[in-house]
Design a protein around this ligand. Structure first.
Ligand code: FAD
Length: 406
């Protein structure tokens, strides 16, 4: 029997196993993951799990019934393509075909390694370490006003912590959204009682040697000020977890992602890559995309399973409209598509209100939509982006006109 080995048992790895069986793969499937826990869903970690309101987030997948040989606590350390083997601490795992699904790992705060009270938020274990911080209503400093930083700050405020968010850029989500769209989000922090310090970088992190009881960490900022807190949470980005592939011959990009082709195949034969660890060329957007969102880890595995089971001729290129959501400061924020600098920006509604959307158009074609509390705009907009639909800008800017009729 031929064996497909899937390395990484997160959303992308688990979905790959599920889709392989759906596509009729009758051979062996070995799913090896570094973490000791049953495979679980990550988005709740920065939301309900932190507050202790979600019991567990394990995927409801019956691995035995699927005939999937699940190897937990098994980290891959090297890939030897000439031997078709992946090395692990428990010995080598042979394969006939291999799927790389090792996801991403958070970027640590420079200079903070080993400082007690400094946390990351990526895994169930990370969330478990942070729960007592929230339950104990410790003062927290969050570094980075991105998606994870905002969601953590939301949960920490809900738990009653005093929260300060430090952001090096002049606004939240600076890498993702243009200034005029991010500007209203700045207010969300204030309304939630979070202090947002922008334009200030962290220059040093060290154990606090004075201050009030419970203040374990000291954070020095570029303006010379010093913050003291019980905990510091770094939300400054994530990087593909591909270091173990160094020297394997699998081509990696400068961002660390496995350089997959338009059917998610890596540069060496019989190896695919999917989810947060891989980038792929998008014909739709005319550039290579590295997507770190849940929906990509859900959709990509269909392509991988198809190319491995049915073959290239039967598999259309993977060219999704990226989609993600975030829950922050009591708002449901969703985004679909990919906007560019030259796109025309249209508001649907007033950003001072609870619900509004933004559309990005290029030559009248809808490229991307951001919806705050307007899920219908997102659902309709996502389909319109997929179809490269042309909109009437005047109608699209009228929030009372359904987007699909604009
Ligand atoms: P991962 O989920 O990272 O899974 C990869 C797995 O591979 C991990 O379990 C890892 O331990 C394992 N692994 C790594 N290296 C090795 C190795 N060498 N050997 C074996 N196993 C290895 N996206 C949204 O769209 N909306 C959200 O609201 C949202 N919230 C999020 C909240 C948090 C706290 C986090 C961390 C992410 C969130 N995301 C969200 C992003 C989404 O969860 C990821 O895009 C998704 O988990 C990617 O799935 P993946 O399987 O590619 O990678």
């Amino acid at each position: 029997r031929q064996r497909i080995l899937v390395v990484g048992a997160g959303m992308a790895g688990v979905q790959t196993a599920v889709r392989l069986r759906e596509q009729g793969w009758a051979g062996e499937i070995v799913l090896a993951g570094a973490e000791p826990h049953r495979p679980y869903d990550r988005p709740p970690l920065s939301k309900a799990v932190l507050l202790g309101t979600a019991a567990g987030t394990a995927f409801e997948v019956d691995f035995d019934a699927l005939g999937v040989d699940l190897r937990l606590g098994t980290a891959a350390t090297a890939l030897r393509t000439a031997d078709r083997e992946v090395d692990t601490e428990d010995g080598p795992l042979p394969y006939d075909r291999l799927v790389l699904a090792t996801g991403a790992e958070p970027v640590p705060l420079p200079g903070a390694r080993g400082v007690p009270g400094v946390y990351l938020l990526r895994t169930l274990d990370d969330a478990g370490l942070l729960r007592p911080v929230l339950a104990g209503r410790q003062d927290v400093v969050v570094v980075g006003a991105g998606w994870i930083g905002a969601e953590f700050a939301t949960a920490a405020r809900e738990a009653g912590c005093r929260v300060t968010v430090v952001e090096a850029a002049d606004r939240p989500l600076a890498g993702v959204l243009p200034p005029e769209v991010a500007a209203p989000m700045r207010r969300w922090y204030g309304e939630a009682g979070v202090e947002l310090l922008t334009g200030r970088a962290v220059t040093a992190v060290r154990p606090a040697d004075r201050g009030r009881p419970g203040e374990r960490v000291e954070v020095e900022l570029s303006d010379g000020s010093v913050l003291r807190a019980g905990a510091v949470v770094a939300g400054i980005g994530a990087r593909p977890a591909t270091r173990w592939l160094a020297g394997s011959g699998v081509a990696l990009g400068g961002d660390g992602a496995v350089l997959a082709d338009d059917r998610l195949r890596a540069s060496v034969p019989d190896v695919c890559a999917v989810g947060d660890c891989a980038s792929f060329p998008s014909a739709r957007y005319g550039r290579r995309l590295l997507v770190h969102h849940w929906d990509n880890a859900l959709q990509g595995p269909r392509t991988v399973a198809s190319v491995l089971v049915a073959g290239e001729a039967e598999t259309p290129p993977y060219d999704p409209v990226p989609y993600f959501w975030s829950e922050q400061f009591g708002r449901f924020v969703q985004y679909a598509g990919h906007h560019g600098a030259g796109d025309e920006l249209l508001w649907r509604g007033d950003p001072a209100d609870a619900a509004w959307s933004v559309c990005w158009l290029r030559d009248g074609v809808l490229n991307a939509v951001l919806a705050v509390g307007r899920p219908r705009d997102l659902a309709q907009g996502r389909k319109l982006v997929e179809r490269s639909a042309v909109l009437d800008p005047a109608r699209a800017a009228d929030p009372s006109v359904p987007l699909k009729s604009a």
